[in-house]
Ligand binder design. Structure first.
Ligand code: NAP
Length: 256
């Protein structure tokens, strides 16, 4: 009984190559079985769907992850919808998204799950807190907001059309930045003592990895803050491993 993860990557996106390598390394370290399927940029939808079919039917494989973004000629939604929900360890399939909405889920999207784990392990209570999430993507912002809501936070979701963003973020006891703009969150956007969680994986003006939060400015006033690199990134991989283990346990009929 060995949990197995298949990671599918299409094309040559350099950031995706790094993420996939880190996921494979984590599997090896934990003694999980892993398979990497690296497909060329010009892979057709039919070829990719055929691979997903094969992995859906492979008993060695309990989790399937298709690394996003896919090249433009491939339809993300079509491919993700083809993964069996019980093997969808990224929790992007509509069935799993719906389960998160109603609060009855096996898999949680890895990045928001990692944020919740950081909050829990830091003994921060979400209940009754003002939680502000900057970003409303399907991968991070929306599921992040649902998880905070399930923990009884009072949640506000901000995006590019939000008016007076600073006025909203300054009210946050827990502020999650998932914007994709380097050092976007400045000290004057943060309430003193707030818990600041930086999901961003950006490059600064020198090409160095940084987050969505201006760490040097915000760290002195925050009650707690996550760094980039470190912080949320490694937690995302840990949560992927947890989801794969959960999928394997379900397949082996093991209940917690
Ligand atoms: P995304 O799909 O591009 O979404 C960005 C969100 O930010 C959108 O909702 C957008 O609003 C909002 N936004 C953009 N400019 C804004 C502004 N000026 N004011 C307020 N909101 C603004 O990005 P994503 O996939 O959620 O990723 C966000 C960041 O997290 C990126 O840096 C990404 O690399 C990183 N990330 C990290 C991990 C990890 O493992 N640590 C995993 C996934 C992503 P609209 O909806 O109005 O456009």
């Amino acid at each position: 009984m060995q949990p197995g993860l298949a990671v599918v990557i299409v094309g040559n996106d350099s950031a995706s190559q790094v993420y996939v390598a880190n996921k494979e390394k984590a599997c090896t370290e934990l003694g999980m079985y892993s398979e990497k399927h690296a497909l060329p940029e010009d892979t057709t939808e039919e070829e990719l769907l055929a691979l997903v079919d094969r992995l859906n039917n492979d008993p060695k494989i309990h989790g399937i992850l298709v690394q996003l973004p896919l090249p433009k000629h491939l339809d993300d939604k079509l491919i993700i919808n083809h993964i069996l929900p019980e093997k969808d360890v990224d929790a992007f399939h509509p069935v799993n998204v719906g389960k998160i909405m109603i609060g009855d889920f096996d898999f949680v999207p890895c990045t928001p799950a990692g944020v919740m784990e950081l909050i829990k392990e830091s003994d921060v209570s979400v209940e009754g807190k003002e939680c502000v999430v900057i970003g409303r993507s399907n991968i991070v912002g929306k599921p992040m907001s649902m998880l905070l809501l399930h923990q009884n936070g009072t949640v506000t979701i901000c995006h590019s059309r939000t008016k007076d963003l600073k006025e909203v973020t300054k009210k946050a006891d827990i502020l999650v930045a998932a914007v994709g703009i380097p050092k976007f969150v400045k000290a004057d956007m943060v309430k003193p003592g707030a818990v600041v969680i930086d999901v961003g994986m950006d490059r600064d003006e020198n090409g160095k990895l940084c987050g969505d939060v201006d760490f040097a400015e915000v760290e002195p006033i925050a009650g707690a803050i996550t760094p980039v690199p470190g912080g949320v990134g490694p937690m995302t991989i840990a949560m992927l491993m947890r989801n794969t283990l959960t999928a394997a346990k379900r397949a082996f009929g093991i209940n917690d």
